[in-house]
Write a protein that binds this ligand. Structure first.
Ligand SMILES: Nc1ncnc2c1ncn2[C@@H]1O[C@H](COP(=O)(O)OP(=O)(O)OP(=O)(O)O)[C@@H](O)[C@H]1O
Length: 595
């Protein structure tokens, strides 16, 4: 059996492919990276030269002092000073360049990841917890960035610096250079591989544990109210405590591996120095080198290990970076549920009507395919018509909205919208013609104005005010001390349910789209607020084609022209509200009577 220096669960071909892809992302910063690495190399060489020259200088001064001879100590002293300054300046410049490159890269990587993530929402992201996703966006992207600073620069500097140092050493003694090379290989290859092997498992488990801890913490914070009400806070704390304990155990294993590698590095450097001394003493006795060159050579050998000191960490970082890259690429390689060719032409919106024929859609189930959520659905919305869609929970109403918004693709049937096949529309272009008011309007933690202008970033002050007046929101906002600049708080916490819904209505008014989808717009509101809101919604509906999904059957007759009743993914009854109400034994009548 061949001995494998890598951890058993390390997938080398995958790692190689990910590394290649990752290096490709860094390509635009090639020049920055090169200058940073050169500054690091200069710093290393200046440090080695400083140590080496100091060794020679001190020994030479002692020797001439002993015999009372004279020597020019200005030149070596100036050289040493020069190297000390070069080392300091080199380190400063290196930090400056590498960190500048790092921050630019980080910014680019985050935007790149976010852009690639967008088309995957919501279908492909539903399996991921939001804390997990945010940890990928933050810590994994940070970890990708380590490739340059902690892996590529140290490895490049070690290879180039090591070769230069050994070349110089050969000028003095081939044997000393050969023995140093041996110890450098031990310290720069064997020790990092050993550390990597020992640290790989705990390192991977730590990353997973950290993500779990973050999720548990976020969950605990978001559900703090429930935990307090039901007295679950202690159990949640215990869970976090237990996770932390496991993390400490893994951290301990990792620290042991790091400690071992530090010890072995120190040992290799010292052994290399002693070997160099043993090999160089005969050179002094046969006068191949001067006595002062003996300590110089020893310090030269010792300082050359600075080139390989960062390598164990570099290999460990490479492992972490590749694991992070796998998680990031894993998401990005998911094909969007709705695929759109990049150069898809944008059709012209012709009229605000919708024709659906035999539509079938099913979600992927946990085990194989799930049941059809839409099962042969056919319906028509004529331009300017207001249609209510009602039906029991799970009938497929929200699924239809997801399909119409091009968030989920369907498997069978046909949909025409705005005069074209739904699949001929690029999602973004299609959604520009649709406004949605739903029960879960998301409000960003910013000002009311910013939340409104999401629907139309170029809206003027007058347009914003007009939309808010129509949504019966302006008076409330105007009475606030900071008016439109008031921050709404996390997820709009500082607004009531009714006010948040009105912000959604104002957004829809600003969007001024010909097709309006109202998905349970009054759900969760008290009867009085609901009545007011419905009255204001009627204003929003003016001149638009409307699909209103609602459980509030009683309020519908006044608001819509037609009602469609859905059951098990298809329309089972359709007609004017009054006509359906009058139909004894009909589905709508049954829903109405059940409430
Ligand atoms: N993202 C999803 N992944 C998997 N299955 C889903 C998803 N969304 C909905 N479903 C399933 O599809 C079916 C239709 O759900 P849908 O939410 O469309 O019903 P609905 O009529 O809007 O119900 P409600 O009135 O309760 O909102 C249900 O069986 C539901 O479990």
């Amino acid at each position: 059996m061949r001995w494998n220096p890598l951890p058993p669960d390390f997938d080398l071909p995958q790692a190689r492919a990910d590394l290649k892809r990752l290096v490709g992302l860094f390509a635009p910063y090639r020049n920055w990276m090169l200058w940073g690495a050169l500054a690091a190399l200069l710093t290393l060489l200046a440090n080695v030269a400083l140590m080496t020259a100091s060794g020679w200088f001190i020994a030479q001064m002692a020797l001439v002092g002993l015999v009372g001879a004279a020597m020019d100590y200005f030149t070596p002293a100036a050289f040493i000073r020069g190297m000390a300054i070069t080392r300091t300046a080199g380190r400063y410049i290196e930090r400056l360049i590498t960190h500048e490159a790092t921050f630019r890269l980080l910014q680019e990587l985050r935007v790149w990841f976010y852009r690639r993530l967008e088309p995957l929402a919501p279908a492909r992201l539903q399996e991921l917890r939001s804390a997990d996703l945010s940890s990928r966006l933050i810590s994994d992207i940070d970890a990708l960035n380590h490739l340059y600073l902690r892996v590529l620069v140290p490895v490049g500097v070690a290879l180039l610096g090591g070769a230069l140092i050994l070349g110089m050493m050969t000028l003095y003694s081939g044997r000393v250079a050969a023995s140093t090379l041996l110890f450098l290989l031990l310290a720069g290859v064997a020790v990092p591989l050993l550390t990597f092997r020992l640290g790989h498992g705990p390192g991977r488990r730590l990353v997973a544990l950290r993500a779990e801890l973050r999720s548990a913490a976020v969950d605990g914070l978001q559900g703090l109210g429930e935990l307090r009400v039901y007295g679950g806070a202690a159990r949640q704390a215990q869970r976090i405590d237990a996770l932390t304990d496991v993390m400490i155990g893994q951290q301990r294993q990792l620290s042991r591996a790091t400690g071992l590698s530090q010890g072995l590095l120190g040992l290799s450097a010292n052994l290399a120095m002693w070997c160099a001394l043993l090999l160089a003493i005969p050179l002094v006795t046969d006068a191949s080198i001067t006595p002062a060159e003996l300590p110089m050579l020893a310090l030269f050998v010792l300082s050359s290990f600075e080139a390989v000191l960062p390598l164990p960490l570099a290999l460990q970082m490479l492992g972490e970076t590749l694991a992070a890259a796998r998680r990031v690429f894993g998401i990005l390689d998911a094909r969007p549920q709705v695929e759109e060719p990049a150069d898809m032409p944008v059709p012209q919106w012709e009229r605000a009507d919708v024709e659906i024929d035999g539509l079938r859609l099913r979600y992927p189930g946990a085990r194989g395919e799930a049941a059809w959520a839409l099962d042969g659905l056919s319906l028509q919305l004529r331009a300017g018509e207001r249609v209510a869609l009602v039906g029991p929970s799970g009938a497929g109403k929200s699924t239809l909205v997801q399909a119409l918004l091009r968030f989920w693709d369907y498997q069978e049937g046909s949909v025409r919208i705005g005069g074209h096949d739904l699949r001929a529309w690029p999602g973004e272009a299609l959604r520009a013609h649709i406004a949605v008011v739903s029960q879960d309007t998301y409000l960003f933690n910013t000002t009311i104005r910013d939340n409104l202008m999401l629907a139309k970033p170029e809206a003027t002050e007058d347009e914003v005010i007009a939309a808010c007046k129509a949504a019966q929101l302006h008076d409330f906002i105007a009475a606030l001390p900071e008016g439109y600049e008031t921050w709404v708080g996390e997820a709009g916490m500082r607004l009531s349910g009714g006010q948040a819904r009105r912000v959604a209505i104002a957004r829809a008014l600003l969007r001024n789209a010909p097709l309006l989808i109202l998905d349970e717009p009054t759900e969760g509101l008290d009867a009085l607020t609901e009545r007011d809101l419905l009255r204001d919604l009627v204003q929003l509906m003016q001149g638009r084609t409307v699909l209103l999904i609602s459980h509030r059957i009683a309020a519908l007759p006044a608001a819509v022209d037609r009602v469609l009743v859905m059951e098990a993914g298809r329309v089972v009854e359709a007609g004017a509200p009054a006509e359906l109400l009058a139909r004894q034994g009909g589905a709508f009548r049954a829903l109405h009577d059940a409430l």
